[in-house]
Ligand binder design. Structure first.
Ligand SMILES: *Cc1c(COP(=O)(O)O)cnc(C)c1O
Length: 365
């Protein structure tokens, strides 16, 4: 087996690049994740051979055998990250090393081969360079990058596959949520993750299991679902696919600790780091739904927000439960001052307006 560091990427010819006019038209109104760029990166894995056959190629459909393991047993993991246009018209990616690390730990949990972190970052860099014209400029715009890996064995037995495909695709995106504060529904019917399960892995199956809960939230007139823990049905875990933060009137903030059922968000980690640097008191601890409602009513809780790569930081203006009705958080309008300050520090760092103290910004070109 050759070492992953030795792999070189072969660039396949592209005979049908999107014209600059068509690209400009598509990028004028990108929504989220609908637009396909021109390229994709693909690397193959096979037991005994390791990682091989790395390519930058025209983006297009895949051909799978109908017994491909992923279609039956859902051995699949993914990542989500963003590339930004910098003030000097270069391109930077935010903390790709953290995504590479998390991808490895997701792979481990799903009994998949671990892609070396350096190869993950090279693959992402290759795609961004090939699709550099697709990285939008503009305050809320970015290129959303989606690395993923799945089991590609043509075999119906239940066991870890021996063949995998790793791919990277991308899509130019605008703002994820339209604007303002979201109203959330606390699901007492469905849970997202149980102790010993896959909640800390970024795998497609977790999302399949969450869709009905999200539909329940919508049916209740809410924007997003908030999950409670699977054991006691008391403690707040996450909002849909985002981590959640609470801000208190003494200036402290808290977020649920990483106990194995919470996805270790890179935005979460960045917010914690930024808040500590600002001298704020930060707690990673369990917080119950009853306490949340009581604190919102008493005014002890002043703000709540969710965070993740897609939407960055999103204020939560109201929380609704089956038994407790709707409780507004500080009047229910837009982001509060702490949410805004943390958001500006995060986005400012990504955009190069705020000093990159922790070397989070990875220059591609
Ligand atoms: C991806 C994800 C997050 C956010 O992680 P980031 O690295 O900040 O984008 C939070 N919760 C779930 C369930 C996720 O899949």
């Amino acid at each position: 087996m050759s070492s992953a560091e030795d792999i070189s990427f072969e660039t396949l010819p592209h005979s049908n690049l999107t014209s600059p006019e068509k690209r400009a038209e598509l990028m004028a109104n990108p929504a989220f994740g609908r637009i396909a760029t021109d390229h994709m990166v693909m690397i193959r894995y096979k037991d005994g051979e390791g990682w091989h056959d790395a390519k930058v190629m025209p983006r297009g459909p895949l051909t799978l055998d109908p017994s491909a393991a992923v279609l039956h047993y859902a051995q699949e993991i993914f990542e989500g990250m963003k590339a930004f246009r910098t003030e000097d018209n270069g391109i930077a990616i935010f903390r790709p090393d953290a995504n590479a690390r998390r991808f490895r730990s997701s792979a481990e949990r799903m009994a998949m081969p671990e892609l070396p972190e350096s190869l993950f970052i090279r693959a992402v860099d290759e795609l961004v360079k090939a699709d550099r014209d697709w990285v939008p400029s503009g305050e809320n715009a970015s290129l959303y990058i989606r690395p993923f890996m799945f089991a590609n064995d043509a075999f119906l037995g239940v066991k870890p596959a021996s063949e995998y495909l790793f791919l990277v695709i991308a899509a130019p995106v605008g703002a994820y949520f339209s604007s303002g504060a979201v109203t959330v529904w606390v699901s007492e019917t469905y849970t997202r993750a149980a102790p010993g399960g896959t909640g800390a892995a970024k795998c497609g199956g977790n999302y399949a299991a969450s869709l009905l809960a999200q539909a329940e939230a919508k049916a209740q007139g809410c924007d997003q679902v908030v999950f409670l823990d699977a054991v006691e049905h008391r403690y707040i875990e996450e909002m849909g696919g985002m981590n959640i933060f609470f801000v208190f009137d003494d200036g402290s903030i808290s977020t649920p600790g990483l106990t194995g059922t919470i996805l270790p968000g890179i935005t979460r980690d960045s917010i914690l780091t930024i808040a500590r640097e600002k001298g704020m008191t930060v707690r990673e601890e369990a917080y119950s739904i009853d306490q949340w409602l009581a604190d919102a009513k008493s005014g002890r809780l002043t703000e709540t927000f969710a965070c993740g790569t897609a939407a960055a930081v999103s204020p939560i203006g109201a929380v609704r439960t089956k038994s407790g009705g709707e409780v507004k958080i500080s009047g229910g309008t837009g982001p509060g001052p702490v949410t805004s300050a943390l958001r500006e520090s995060l986005i400012g760092t990504q955009r190069g307006r705020v000093a990159d103290t922790y070397n989070w910004v990875h220059r591609v070109c």
